[in-house]
Design a protein around this ligand. Structure first.
Ligand code: NA7
Length: 554
């Protein structure tokens, strides 16, 4: 059978991003018959798609790369402390070439439906080109932020200029010199774009519905000498990441917020504000996340920082969030973002005061006036975490639809299995540890755990793994409970499943997407489940199945 006509695999991995690449590496090393499918024309996931100006890591580059190969760590030179998209995509391509993984990947393959065949313990997949594939295990490496969402303005198709969502930024360079550009949205993406293009376009008008708290990235190049020093510390770096709640080098300040003086707090904040990366968020006092008074005091500190950087006081006030405190939404890190508003060619429009009414042929209309643009950039975010799952018509036992099951929010076991959907594994699923951590660190954890589960089954001849209803309910309740003490439960952000552009996600109802217990606790918990022989997961084999122990290995 040629590769082109092959229709059965032991494992099908959906998604060739950071998670899919590592998952296929693990499977290839084990000699398992596996393939990765991706709807894109090439590998890279997030770093394939997001080519907008300013797209870069907020993680220190050397904590974002894979940790599994010493040779890879020794070879790769991260050029910047927070590396940009082109380099990140080069890195992922380098990894795929180095380990010869491309031959296990199929592109332009969109999975439209997946149905569990109960008689055979197999998943049956339908691709958008009409092909049918089957496999024992489906690995959902579909990404947390991979379903972009556009606003629902009328007239969007009538615009005669160029317009795109940041996720679909064109592959060829977009000439913006001298152009009138609109950016709608001021999340992490909008903030990166605005800081990058402000001095390169003719006129830039930012349409802001709600400001976001953000702080300086403080990026810098990494010299050969510095990279050599980083390489010598890799063991220590990854050990630190494994120890910290967020999977970064940044560790929370363990002193009690209320036990230190105001002077001591200010000293910490002044230091963190000027340091690179997420220290200002994750190296802060833990009370910032849980205690209204502590959060308010710190938010006031950041507000003053904004006032010091933005010359026009009225503009500065518009850039300061009022509806939520610092750090309860995902904190964007910025480069020259606030300074952009000091430029004569940059204008801020508060669309909470004057909402956008429609897109016109020549630009857009707010309740106050018409604007003309050459380019409209929609930096309007994603149907986060469950969005990519909802794109596939997934049916489990008894024909139950995953979309229906998760209508009001996901329920999972450990973020990695779903009751009634056997052999559907999610190394970075909703309610797993990865959404709230430095993503690749969580990915390695999840992929290793899912791979160990499959190995356990192959070695013993099991053909089906299904989480019990009770274990799933316990985990979901545990994840839900942890929100009770977190201020983030009150925020309208993708952490809580809010998205004004997706029906049913507009307002109010919190979706318990994220495990907030921190990476170390998560890793301990999932390792304990594995050590007990997978308590909470029913392992079985079907007599009618053709599977035998080790049949998966080719
Ligand atoms: P985010 O953080 O969800 O931000 C989306 C932004 O777009 C946010 O400012 C929204 O305002 C705004 N938005 C969304 N829809 C509209 C409409 N209809 N009208 C006006 N403004 C709108 O997405 P990002 O892409 O920036 O970041 C996502 C993650 O990617 C990020 O956290 C990183 O982890 C990587 P709102 O706040 O809803 O009022």
């Amino acid at each position: 059978m040629t590769e082109g006509t092959k229709s059965h695999y032991e494992v099908i991995v959906i998604g060739a991003g950071v998670a899919g690449i590592y998952q296929i590496k693990r499977l290839v090393d084990l000699g398992v018959d596996a393939v990765v499918l991706d709807a894109a024309a090439d590998l890279g996931g997030t770093w394939y798609w997001n080519r907008y100006p300013g797209a870069r890591f907020d993680s220190e580059s050397y904590t974002y790369g894979y940790s599994f190969s010493k040779e890879l760590l020794d070879e790769w030179h991260w050029k910047e402390k927070f590396s940009g998209q082109p380099e990140n995509l080069r890195y992922l391509n380098y990894v795929a070439e180095k380990f010869d993984l491309r031959r296990h990947m199929r592109f332009n393959c969109k999975v439209e439906a997946a149905r569990f065949d109960e008689a055979q313990d197999l998943w049956r997949l339908k691709l958008d080109d009409g092909r049918d594939l089957s496999c024992r295990f489906v690995i959902m490496a579909v990404g947390l932020l991979s379903t972009p969402t556009l606003p629902r303005f009328s007239g969007m198709d009538s615009f005669k200029g160029r317009s795109f969502h940041t996720y679909y930024w064109p592959h060829e360079p977009v000439d913006m010199v001298g152009k009138k550009v609109a950016v709608i949205g001021t999340g992490a993406t909008g903030i990166q774009v605005i800081g990058e293009i402000a001095d390169k376009v003719g006129e830039l008008t930012v349409f802001q519905r709600r400001p976001n708290w953000s702080a300086p990235l403080n990026n810098s190049p990494i010299s050969e000498k510095q990279m050599a020093e980083i390489r010598s510390r890799y063991d220590e770096i990854f050990a630190t990441c494994a120890r910290t709640p967020g999977g970064f080098e940044h560790e929370p300040d363990r002193r009690g917020f209320h036990e230190v003086t105001r002077q001591e707090r200010l000293a910490l904040w002044d230091r963190l504000y000027d340091e690179p990366g997420f220290g200002i968020w994750l190296g802060n006092f833990r009370e910032i996340f849980m205690d209204e008074a502590a959060n308010a005091e710190f938010s006031a500190y950041i507000a003053d920082r904004i006032r010091r950087r933005v010359k026009n006081p009225a503009v500065a006030e518009k850039l300061i969030p009022r509806d939520h405190g610092f750090g309860v939404q995902r904190v964007p890190l910025e480069t020259d973002y606030f300074e952009a508003y000091n430029r004569d060619n940059v204008h801020l429009v508060d669309i909470s005061a004057t909402p956008i009414e429609r897109i016109t042929e020549t630009g857009l209309r707010t309740t106050a006036r018409d604007y003309d643009f050459d380019i409209i950039v929609y930096a309007t975010g994603f149907d986060a975490i469950t969005g990519a799952f909802d794109q596939i018509d997934i049916s489990g036992l008894g024909g139950e639809k995953l979309f229906e099951k998760w209508k009001d929010g996901p329920s999972t076991l450990l973020g990695m299995l779903v009751h009634g959907f056997p052999n559907l594994l999610m190394p970075t699923g909703p309610q797993s540890g990865s959404a709230s951590t430095n993503f690749p660190r969580g990915i390695e954890t999840g992929v290793n755990w899912c791979t160990a589960l499959m190995e356990h089954m192959w070695d013993r001849g099991y053909t089906r793994a299904d989480a019990t209803r009770a274990a799933e309910a316990r985990w979901t309740a545990h994840v839900t409970k942890m929100y009770e003490i977190m201020l983030l439960r009150k925020a309208k952000s993708w952490f809580t499943g809010y998205n004004s552009n997706v029906a049913g996600h507009e307002e109010g109802k919190v979706r318990y997407f994220v495990y907030n217990g921190g990476a170390p606790k998560y890793v301990t918990t999932i390792n304990e489940v594995a050590a007990t022989g997978y308590e909470g997961i029913v392992l079985s084999s079907t007599e009618r199945s053709s599977a035998r122990p080790l049949a998966a290995r080719v």
